[in-house]
Design a protein around this ligand. Structure first.
Ligand SMILES: [Zn+2]
Length: 391
């Protein structure tokens, strides 16, 4: 089990790079050969059950060197990547056809496949790429394997780094996060802020995709039209909808984690497993699918960014967070649209506010005696693992 300050995290640093003009063609050519070799390797590895490095080497190395002209280190990276992709595919119970890699992306082993030298990256085979810009926060940590990607006319090098897991501070309070279909609410007994979800915006693209699909699936249109251009546009709309959600989840998680860090608070979110399960049972429409995706991605980014930023994170039981009184625990009764009142102590509030207060309370009781007040001496032995459970 990992506790605060122990172990390491893998972060990816994105470097915009640009090849020397006279080498651009050669690099692209190498990347295309790599992609073709990779697709060939995935199939060969699966057909021959060569899922170990030794077996894959004997099966593929010569071909990758001779037929595809890959430098030896790149060839080794290629069958290694093929094994990873093949294993992932075999593990997927809903697997369809054998995967085919379409984009241009090349795995580079650290030191052997590439090296960063000052403001240049050197690839095996004598290629040089100028580094245009990168995030310098992790400069002092050693580089690991990297991936060179060519997309939309630009080269990017994604470099993995192992950085020490930051120690988590002892929280002075809780910042609770509550999600509902239209918005997420963040706050505690003192502050509250609401952020809209982008579900409606993403939904527009889903609907566009659907309308196109319906229109062109009629037999009035010829097969060629149905297959090529329209399909591409439908896929484009679906991707756009997913990107909107992903972008929102990442940004929102960043806002929440930054706020928590500023106030030295712990982030508390509900365990969404049950919620996602109950949504899954609803009739599958686009809205439900997008809401589900939004929840899952927000939880993912919250957990990851809290981990990276040394912010304690707690996951609390969601049962009854918006229907029990945060003061006395009694069952609340509805007194208006999304408004509830406690018949026992008279407490009354908006459903979302109630959820925030309950999440805060549950998180506080989970933390037990480890909470520090601004005046109390710092407690330094709080150690929460990745899922916020005390050890
Ligand atoms: Zn009450």
């Amino acid at each position: 089990m990992l506790t605060g300050g122990e172990g390491a995290l893998t972060v990816t640093v994105r470097m915009k790079v640009s090849p020397e003009p006279e080498q651009q063609r050669a690099i692209l050519d190498l990347m295309r050969r790599y992609r073709d070799a990779l697709n060939y390797s995935i199939r060969a590895v699966l057909a021959n059950k060569a899922l170990s490095l030794g077996k894959a080497y004997r099966l593929l190395y010569k071909d990758l060197r001779k037929r595809y002209g890959l430098p030896s280190i790149i060839a080794a990276g290629c069958y290694r990547e093929a094994i990873v992709i093949a294993k992932l595919w075999l593990k997927n119970p809903k697997r369809g056809a054998v995967p085919t890699v379409k984009g241009l992306s090349m795995w580079l082993e650290h030191e052997l496949g590439y090296r960063v030298k000052g403001d240049h990256v050197e690839l095996i085979g004598g290629y040089r790429l100028r580094i245009i810009g990168w995030d310098r926060r992790y400069d002092s940590f050693p580089n690991r394997d990297a991936r060179l990607v060519f997309r939309d006319g630009e080269f990017t090098l994604y470099v993995a780094k192992r950085v020490p897991r930051p120690a988590k501070y002892a929280p002075k309070g809780v910042l609770a996060v509550d999600v509902n279909e239209r918005q997420i609410v963040i706050g505690n007994s003192r502050v509250e802020q609401r952020i809209e979800t982008p579900v409606e915006r993403a939904l527009r693209y889903r609907r566009l995709a659907e309308r196109l699909q319906e229109k062109y699936s009629s037999s009035r249109y010829n097969a060629w039209l149905r297959r090529s251009g329209i399909r591409r546009r439908v896929r484009h709309f679906h991707r756009k909808a997913r990107n909107i959600i992903e972008d929102w989840a990442r940004r929102t998680a960043h806002i929440i984690v930054s706020l928590a860090k500023q106030g030295q608070l712990a982030v508390a979110r509900e365990d969404l497993t049950g919620l996602v399960e109950s949504l899954r049972r609803l009739p599958k429409d686009h809205r439900t699918a997008l809401v589900m995706l939004g929840y899952r991605r927000l939880a993912f980014w919250l957990d990851w960014q809290a981990e990276k930023g040394g912010v304690p994170l707690l996951v609390v039981d969601p049962a009854g967070t918006s229907s029990t009184c945060p003061r006395c625990g009694a069952e609340l009764v509805e007194v208006g649209h999304r408004r509830l009142r406690c018949p026992k102590c008279g407490f009354e509030a908006d459903r979302d506010t109630i959820a925030i207060l309950n999440i805060e309370r549950r998180a506080l009781s989970k933390m037990g005696g480890t909470l520090t007040s601004p005046t109390a001496p710092q407690v330094t032995d709080v150690s929460l693992n990745r899922w916020g459970e005390p050890p």
